[in-house]
Design a protein around this ligand. Structure first.
Ligand code: PEP
Ligand code: MN
Length: 355
């Protein structure tokens, strides 16, 4: 899949900012927050149709809010965006002139729903942002983008909003940065956004998550903003006021992604040298593994010996506590090295069956 850049996003300096309330509640609420944001953000967001986890919660004002969005656009010259979850939402949003649509995490997860949206959008190249599915499944995320792309949509973007899990946790939807980064590697032209509000679930974490996203070279942020967050009809804990948003934006440090940055090039050289040394050591370790494989074959000894494996892991654990390394991470690394060592030894045994 190749995707063209979204042109309205292209013209604008990074980071591109999308802000506005989780939900449109009334015309006054929408105009108040939009007036406070006009001139500060690129795109105004407000959910009209709200997918809620449990029935009985506020499920959005629906199409009643479309004229309010039109007023924001007309009176404040602020492009507007809303979430669509089915063909009816798409038709209503398009006929009201909504500038950008987004697909929510609970919809991205469902290929039938995404296909229905893609079919309803066929022939209309409106920008569409696709939030990651609720579960960390990169193929499902890419699949949703492909369904839209196959329907002729080229002005696409992706939003990382974290992944849900069960139990007590620090984040409402924990970020797994490796997924959007892998998405970027596979689709380098695709604009990539972060939604720190839905990752955090609480406003205190929005600053640090926004900084992290900028450090990882995301193209922009979607931040839920409300004039009176504590009274918001949905997601009250995670919304910030327009003033708080300005503080967050003002405090973000923008780091250069340029590869020839002098300040970091000497560190990069050191890292390259260490990586080379690491690979050399691993190659050496595998050579020794093959040699021990020969000996085990000659002596008729089993390749895998649980006692020895436990000792290796124990050594790794002890080293970690001295060297201030994360024992879990090092354990993962050693498991990979150990299993590759076993594979190399098995090759020796299997390649020389007659000896
Ligand atoms: C939202 O943006 O208000 C929303 C419902 O987000 P998500 O799909 O990420 O839960
Ligand atoms: Mn929300």
């Amino acid at each position: 899949m190749t995707l063209e850049n979204i042109d309205i996003f292209d013209k604008i300096e990074r980071p591109l900012l999308i802000a506005g309330p989780c939900s449109a509640e009334s015309e006054e609420q929408l105009m108040a927050v939009a007036s406070a944001l006009a001139g500060k953000v690129t795109l105004f967001r407000a959910g009209l149709w709200k997918p809620r986890t449990r029935p009985g919660c506020f499920e959005g004002v629906g199409k009643e809010g479309l004229p309010w969005m039109q007023r924001v656009k007309r009176e404040l010259s602020l492009p507007v965006a809303t979430e669509v979850a089915n063909a009816e939402h798409v038709e209503l949003a398009l006929s009201a002139g909504i500038d950008v649509l987004w697909i929510g995490a609970r919809t991205t997860v469902n290929p039938f729903a995404v296909q229905e949206i893609a079919d309803a959008l066929r022939g209309c190249d409106v920008p569409v942002l696709v939030k990651n599915p609720v579960n960390p499944d990169l193929e499902l995320w890419i699949g949703a983008l492909e369904r839209l792309n196959n329907a002729g949509l080229t002005r696409l973007g992706a939003i990382h909003r974290g992944f849900s899990s069960y139990g007590e946790k620090c984040f409402r939807n924990a970020p797994q940065w490796q997924l959007p980064l892998e998405l970027r590697r596979r689709l380098p032209e695709l604009p990539l956004f972060c939604d720190p509000s839905h990752i955090a679930g609480k406003r205190e974490l929005i600053m640090s998550l926004s900084q992290q996203a900028m450090d990882l070279n995301f193209d922009g942020l979607m931040i839920e903003t409300h004039c009176n967050p504590v009274c918001a009809w949905s997601d009250a804990r995670q919304q910030v006021t327009p003033d708080e948003l300005s503080i967050v934006l003002g405090r973000i440090v923008h780091r250069s992604a340029a590869a020839d940055n002098n300040d970091i090039s000497s560190y990069r050289r050191q890292i390259d040298e260490i990586d080379d040394a690491l690979m050399g050591l691993i190659a050496k370790r595998m050579e020794v593994s093959r040699e021990i494989g020969e000996v085990k074959r000659e002596k008729g000894l089993a390749v895998f010996q649980a006692q020895r494996y436990n000792e290796t892991m124990q050594r790794c654990d002890e080293y970690c506590s001295i060297a201030r390394l994360d024992a879990e991470v090092m354990k993962d690394i050693f498991e990979v090295i150990h299993s590759e060592s076993i594979r190399q030894q098995l090759n020796i045994v299997n390649d020389n069956p007659g000896k």
